[in-house]
Design a protein around this ligand. Structure first.
Ligand SMILES: NCC(=O)N[C@@H](Cc1c[nH]cn1)C(=O)O
Ligand code: ZN
Ligand code: ZN
Length: 519
């Protein structure tokens, strides 16, 4: 007992000493930084260089978007890997060091090819000066699928520079190839202008974000005390302004649980003239189940979900009042007047802080032009639920599976039905009052001349919470694109001004963060 308490107090003294010396070294580091960085903020010189490099930046984006790195299409996996190699070339050319492609192993089920390798994570460093702060920048080089038949006005994997609208159109231009390249462009601008880079930069670029960030959680845990040791903050540019005019800083995201319902019956697709009316059709069963998930007003019909959602507080209500929002801009972004709510508060709350369920598609169903009289033998219905505080993924999945099983049972069908989770990613809500957010707010003022709005977002970046928890750092979401960029939709674009000003914003943010007295 005596030995234990002695040991215990010795450990405490040691821990305190260790904490004090860490604390002292942190203060010294910050003093040295703020002394060496004072009067050395983002200068006109760097902004001018960014303007001057505009053709180069557009050219590099054109090369990058030409690679159809669609992570959800197994047949295009070599293209995702090719894009990782493209980034490695760029990083090497810019003088990054310790450039590594981290392999993540085989993609877990459900997957068609059971030997499919996950695309690598691209890690690289720019600088490793112990006197400087270290910023980890995350982005994803994979993209959503896109094809001309979906209704694109031009080839999605070819950059169209639309001079009249002053936009750059291509899949990935805004989500997330353009913003990811922005970080590399910041380095190029400093290098070419002969300006000292203000921080140590670490890149973490993944190729599976659009498909659940599989494997990245493990890599972050594994590298926390290795490659990512000493990271002071994480910055992610993979979301959008709320509208088209006002820059924003984002402190919250919804999570995403993605499911499929597989219904199978006959051994092969059948002639509906010969078998229609005499066999149970998988598609008919599937449609009934999918129809039971959500109503046309967006209300989720699965029991137990509403009870998991955190109640709205008065303080939270006040936040919505301050935000600049235009219904007309939302209508323009959706290309319709089909909104379910008219009031700003209702729209923002249903986008940011309530769950939603979207039906995405049916694999195996007849979907081409023409009138094929087929009975599909096996159909997979895909849907996802955007999650919010305090929903728990496992509990949600149990509710979803129980619901689908119970509806299928009520159909009394001889077919087989299985509902499964394809991937999940947590929601994230953080405190926007820290050194990183302050540096970004100052940068916004410097580049755009206005204070940013503070927003949450309805979309998901599954890895955000992992960075915060595992690296024990703040995470800032610093969007480059606008709310009408058409991410995941047809004719995705990035305004040229957002691209160029976004690069300036990144540069100014890094300088301001370097100068900030806190981490
Ligand atoms: N720009 C972020 C983004 O588009 N994220 C995706 C992530 C996701 C989750 N499940 C499938 N993809 C999103 O849809 O929000
Ligand atoms: Zn994205
Ligand atoms: Zn996306």
């Amino acid at each position: 007992m005596v030995i234990y308490s002695l040991l215990n107090s010795t450990l405490k003294v040691q821990a305190n000493r260790c904490f004090l010396s860490l604390f002292r070294s942190k203060i010294t580091k910050n003093l040295v930084r703020s002394m060496s960085m004072s009067n050395n903020g983002p200068s006109n010189k760097i902004f001018n260089k960014i303007d001057e490099l505009k053709p180069t930046f557009i050219d590099i984006l054109a090369k990058a978007v030409e690679i159809p790195a669609v992570s959800s299409d197994e047949s295009l996996r070599p293209m995702v890997v090719k894009k990782a190699h493209f980034l490695v070339e760029q990083l090497n050319e810019l003088g990054f060091h310790d450039v590594q492609l981290k392999e993540l192993g085989i993609q877990p089920p459900p997957v068609t090819n059971s030997n499919l390798k996950l695309p690598p994570i691209v890690l690289a460093r720019y600088g490793s000066d112990p006197k400087k702060k270290t910023v980890l920048v995350y982005g994803h080089y994979d993209v959503q699928p896109a094809s001309l038949e979906d209704g694109w006005d031009s080839e999605p994997f070819k950059l169209t520079v639309d001079e009249s609208k002053q936009v750059l159109k291509a899949r990935g231009s805004s989500d997330d190839t353009g913003p990811l390249l922005g970080w590399l462009h910041v380095v190029r601008a400093h290098r070419d202008a002969g300006i000292e880079f203000p921080v140590n930069l670490i890149t973490c670029f993944e190729g599976m974000e659009e498909s659940g960030s599989l494997g990245l959680d493990n890599l972050i845990a594994h590298e926390a005390e290795k490659y990512f040791k000493g990271v002071d903050t994480v910055c992610i540019s993979d979301n959008y302004w709320l509208g088209t005019k006002k820059p924003v800083l984002t402190y919250g995201l919804r999570g995403c649980n993605y499911y499929q319902i597989i219904v199978e019956g006959p051994a092969a697709d059948l002639h509906s003239g010969m078998f229609g009316g005499i066999i149970a059709e998988p598609m008919t069963d599937l449609i009934q189940i999918m129809n039971s998930l959500v109503d046309s007003k967006g209300k989720i019909l699965i029991k137990g979900i509403d009870e998991m959602v955190a109640p709205v507080t008065e303080k939270e209500m006040e936040l919505y009042e301050k935000i600049e929002f235009s219904l007309e801009e939302l209508q323009a972004a959706s290309g319709s007047k089909t909104e379910l709510y008219k009031k700003k508060e209702d729209i923002l709350m249903h986008r940011w802080r309530y769950p939603s369920l979207s039906l995405h598609g049916i694999e195996g169903a007849f979907s081409s032009a023409g009138a094929k009289t087929v009975i599909p033998a096996k159909v997979n219905g895909k849907f996802s639920i955007r999650t919010v505080p305090d929903m728990k993924s496992e509990k949600l999945t149990q509710l979803v599976v129980d619901h689908c099983n119970s509806v299928f049972k009520s159909l009394n069908s001889p077919n087989r039905c299985k509902t499964e989770l394809i991937h999940d990613g947590d929601y994230w809500v953080s405190d926007p009052f820290n050194a990183s957010f302050s540096a970004a707010a100052k940068a916004t003022k410097e580049v755009y001349g206005v204070e940013p709005d503070y927003t949450r977002e309805g979309g998901s970046i599954p890895i955000t919470l992992t960075f915060e928890k595992v690296l024990k750092t703040s995470v800032l979401l610093l969007p480059m694109g606008r709310g009408d960029d058409g991410a995941h939709s047809v004719n995705e674009k990035l305004d040229i001004s957002n691209y160029i000003n976004g690069i300036k914003l990144m540069a100014a943010y890094l300088h301001n963060y370097a100068e900030s007295p806190e981490n």
